[in-house]
Write a protein that binds this ligand. Structure first.
Ligand code: NAP
Length: 274
């Protein structure tokens, strides 16, 4: 379900592993493109087309995942396994898990900045984290089936509770988008046009790194804030406190405190990324 960058990439890899992949999209053009690009064996705009599948990956935007599942459920066999790829887990798991026992929440932590079937990439999930968030009542057989598929994508599998997932991604994915967007916005507040122009001309690798996620797809950023609001707010409140502390140190010329912080963050960064 959903033949965009993630659904299409899954289709490519699963087909190359020998699985028969049937796709559904609401748009006939997307279905045609998905077939032409080799993302699926068959594609249709009709939901019941996927009813006979053993495993269904829900790959629509987050806002459509629960709604699509509600429409799909009347067509399914009781043992059909559903899994999704949404970047936020609790709002999806808490709606779908009570409705469909064989549902395993999932989040492949790999992606492209492009959208649609043309953005699909073979091997996208290889070596990347793929988080599964079953509940206490998810049947072991459903978990095992999804885990085995994900393992064949050569992704690194992690298990956690949906709220833990959402708070963790708020820290490392959703808060950075807001911080990075705010950096670009703050620079644009420079009142002197000549200085702003110079800053734009001087901007190089450092600014490219720090502004990248703030200059990405606005719909994705908005979706993060809407669907992971509480976890993001926790991050934003902590960030505001840390920023105020640094501002106080610079105002008070407390260079020792600032140096200690920068030494600590230099040491801590490799615990997050190489
Ligand atoms: P995408 O490239 O825009 O693809 C979305 C797909 O969903 C398209 O096939 C689109 O079909 C369909 N769709 C859009 N709105 C719909 C609606 N209201 N109802 C039913 N179908 C709809 O998006 P994506 O990047 O693959 O993201 C899909 C999911 O993956 C999201 O839940 C996202 O959170 C998750 N995810 C994304 C990334 C990433 O970096 N991109 C990473 C991890 C997880 P049409 O052709 O009909 O418009």
């Amino acid at each position: 379900m959903g033949l965009g960058s993630i659904g299409g990439s899954l289709g490519l890899d699963l087909r190359s592993l020998g699985f028969r992949v049937v796709g559904v999209s609401r748009n006939p053009d997307t279905c045609q493109k998905a077939i032409a690009l080799g993302l699926v064996d068959e594609a249709s705009v009709s939901l019941p087309t996927v009813a006979s599948a053993q495993v269904i990956f829900l790959c629509t935007p987050i806002a459509a995942i629960a709604k699509t599942t509600l429409e799909l459920i009347p067509h399914l066999f009781p043992n059909t396994i559903l899994t999704d790829v949404g970047s936020v887990k609790e709002p999806i798991v808490e709606v779908i898990a009570p409705l469909w026992q064989n549902f395993v929440g999932g989040h492949p932590m790999a992606g492209t900045t492009q959208q649609g079937p043309e953005a699909a990439q073979a091997g996208l999930f290889q070596g990347k984290p793929y988080v599964l968030t079953p509940t206490d009542s998810t049947p072991a057989t459903a978990i095992k089936t999804v885990e085995e598929l994900v393992r064949q994508l050569q992704a690194q599998i992690y298990y956690c509770r949906a709220p833990e997932h959402d708070q963790a991604v708020a820290w490392i994915s959703h808060l950075p988008v807001m911080v990075s967007a705010n950096l670009i916005n703050a620079c644009l507040q420079e009142p002197e046009p000549t200085v702003l122009e110079l800053a734009q001309q001087f901007a190089s690798s450092g600014f490219r790194d720090t502004s990248r996620v703030g200059g990405g797809n606005p719909e994705l950023g908005l979706m993060m804030a809407q669907y992971n609001r509480q976890a993001l707010l926790k991050g934003l409140y902590q960030y505001r406190q840390s920023l105020e502390q640094i501002t106080d140190w610079v105002e008070g010329e407390n260079w020792q405190a600032l140096a200690d912080l920068l030494r600590m963050t230099q040491q801590a960064r490799p615990d997050f990324v190489d």
